[in-house]
Design a protein around this ligand. Structure first.
Ligand code: ZN
Length: 478
């Protein structure tokens, strides 16, 4: 096992201490090791000090005390002088041999590995290497950057220094600690402190583009991206937003214990004020964990369905009356067919909840998605479903729900796609039904209360007061 000796203190002594120390060395025949290395504040005042041997070194505070109490004689010591010196020796010994814990901060320099930094700080090569190995076991050393501070904790006994451990914070949420075990091994630990969620409010006046204004106001980029997405169905940011328009936003983001913002922000409330028109949107979290933005009337923004819920497909059969290719007589074709090879991914045409997934007679393997209380879509003849897809799952527009096949009553690989409004099939290529949802009944009552809370919170946080915990929480899935 490598020696824990890391630093050999440079012995230092004040000139006026020599006399007293000399007397004491004579009295005890050199048996007393009255010394202590002195680092930290004062160590740099070496100009006022001279080097001496270990046995002669007295730390300054002790020296100062000795100078006051030592008898003013250089002749043979009297009984009183002896007693005084013994007392002094006891005190001095108690101070000099008491282990002392000190901390030292070092910094990783450009191009240096952790080992180099530790070795440069005076650590024994074997110790530096052991510490580096320990840290590597819990953290990717390549992620350490120049300028990274490392705080060393050292126990000092006389001139001997032992590294007890060290700490560093390579990331806002990551602390690394290395501690020396009783057996003298260095053990590293990685501690992750999850960021605390806090709410922030801002009111931004738009001059030029929204992004330029947001940057100037210090609004995080991911908040701006969220806002653009939230309003993408109702606002054309290139044409609708004019100088002098305003954006109010209340958002939540993680804050690490060192104060830095971490992770994605969540917009709780936004209000885009374009001219005299206001467009407030409030985030509602449903019991199933899903969330959506609603306007002040409790409606989501209008969102159309994808007309072609499949990539690179060609329309092979339209909606309406046709001669059925298998049955041989005229029959209403209640959807549209897209020819595509087996295995082509099929997308959910809009956000919604999976209502059916499984075999559905002539449709073969089919999925039905309910988008709101009026609109649903159906995807038939699949070869297989998206992995794990089950009834009750919430799906997002564009999410893969299954793959093209030839199951059920089908003449070849294709997707048969239906849109139903109030359970009546409509032409998916002609209508673009609004798949938005609206809150009603007790949900709407609850929503309105939440809106008031959020408005209050926005004003409070904006005025710099402590954020509350207001949120709009609906208790029932729509
Ligand atoms: Zn069809």
């Amino acid at each position: 096992m490598p020696s824990p000796l890391l630093f050999r203190a440079r012995p230092i002594i004040q000139v006026q201490a020599l006399l007293v120390a000399g007397i004491m060395a004579i009295l005890v025949g050199g048996g007393l090791h009255l010394w202590q290395g002195h680092y930290g504040p004062g160590a740099d005042e070496a100009g006022a000090m001279i080097s001496a041997t270990e046995a002669d070194v007295v730390e300054r505070p002790v020296v100062a005390e000795a100078a006051d109490e030592a008898p003013a004689t250089t002749g043979a010591p009297t009984q009183t002088a002896l007693a005084g010196l013994r007392q002094l020796m006891d005190t001095a010994e108690a101070i000099s041999l008491r282990p002392e814990t000190v901390t030292r901060v070092v910094e990783i320099e450009a191009g240096d590995a952790l080992y180099d930094t530790l070795a440069a700080a005076g650590l024994d090569a074997a110790v530096a290497s052991q510490v580096q190995t320990a840290v590597r076991s819990v953290y990717d050393l390549r992620k350490l950057r120049a300028g990274q501070e490392i705080t060393l904790t050292i126990t000092r006994r006389g001139v001997e220094e032992t590294l007890d451990g060290l700490t560093l914070q390579p990331e806002a949420t990551v602390d690394l600690t290395v501690t020396r075990s009783a057996e003298g091994q260095y053990v590293a630990q990685r501690i992750i402190t999850p960021p605390e969620r806090r709410r922030f409010a801002q009111s931004v006046t738009i001059q030029g583009s929204l992004i330029a204004a947001a940057d100037k106001a210090g609004l995080p980029r991911n908040v701006v991206a969220n806002i653009v997405r939230m309003y993408s169905h109702q606002v054309d940011f290139q044409r609708d937003v004019k100088a002098g328009d305003r954006l109010d936003v209340l958002y939540e983001q993680g804050v690490a214990k060192n104060g830095s913002r971490v992770g994605e922000a969540t917009v709780i409330f936004a209000n885009l004020r374009l001219g005299r028109a206001t467009h407030p949107l409030y985030r509602v979290i449903f019991r199933d964990g899903s969330a959506d933005y609603f306007n002040e009337r409790g409606q989501t923004v209008r969102r159309g369905l994808l007309r072609t819920p499949i990539d690179g497909a060609r329309l092979t059969s339209g909606f309406g009356m046709r001669r059925h290719p298998i049955l041989g007589y005229s029959k209403m074709h209640t959807g549209v067919d897209f020819g595509a090879s087996i295995g082509t991914p099929i997308f959910a045409a809009g956000d919604g909840v999976v209502k059916e997934v499984g075999w559905k007679g002539a449709y073969g393997r089919a999925v039905v998605i309910r988008h709101n209380d009026k609109i649903s879509t159906l995807y038939a003849h699949q070869s297989r479903f998206a992995k794990g897809l089950k009834v009750g799952d919430r799906v997002k527009q564009g999410e893969v729900i299954g793959y093209v096949g030839n199951s059920g009553r089908s003449t070849g690989p294709h997707l048969h796609y239906e849109v139903r409004v109030n359970n009546k099939a409509v032409n998916p290529l002609k209508v673009s039904p609004n798949t938005g949802r609206s809150l009603n009944g007790t949900l709407l009552v609850e929503f309105r209360r939440g809106v008031d809370r959020i408005q209050r919170e926005f004003r409070l946080v904006l005025s710099g007061q402590q954020p509350g915990s207001a949120k709009v929480a609906a208790t029932e899935a729509p």
